[in-house]
Design a protein around this ligand. Structure first.
Ligand code: DQA
Length: 146
């Protein structure tokens, strides 16, 4: 089996399902983690699912993925639009990186249109709701196993 896929979630995503459900939907992050774990199992992959409200903790997870992971799927939340440090950490990771946003950031405020992480991401999914994580996982399977 390939090394695990790290699925990393940034600030406020712990409130998924409760926070602005008209934008982010009613599914919780636990629901998303369970769906990702189930799909990964069907595809012969293992996932490590993390969420943190702290930039440094997300960076530490990316560093862990450098040695223990085969790919990173990341929804950096608002750090998407601000964090050069997360971009630098992802640039130090050698495997595939996919960026996920639950909402369509391009339909929202102008400050959400720029992503530092997109400078590194091999693919970006936005506006597919929480299904975006599963789509990213399917793509990750192709990138990691082919
Ligand atoms: C988000 C979009 C970001 O702009 C926002 O700050 C988030 C969530 C999304 O999944 O749509 O926290 O990354």
């Amino acid at each position: 089996m390939a090394n695990p896929i790290y699925i990393l979630n940034g600030p406020n995503l712990n409130l998924l399902g409760m926070r602005q459900p008209e934008i982010y939907g009613r599914e919780t992050l636990e629901d998303v983690a369970a769906a990702c774990t189930a799909l990964a199992g069907e595809m012969g992959l293992e996932v490590r699912f993390h969420q943190s409200n702290h930039e440094g903790v997300i960076i530490d997870c990316i560093h862990e993925a450098r040695v223990a992971g085969s790919g990173v799927i990341i929804n950096p939340g608002a750090f998407t639009h601000t964090s050069v440090a997360i971009l630098d950490a992802l640039n130090a990771f050698e495997g595939p990186v996919l960026e996920v946003h639950i909402s369509n950031v391009h339909k929202r405020e102008a400050f959400r249109h720029h992503s530092y992480v997109s400078l590194r991401a091999d693919g970006v999914i936005a506006g597919f709701g929480t299904e975006g994580y599963l789509l990213a996982l399917r793509r990750m399977r192709t990138l990691v196993l082919s």
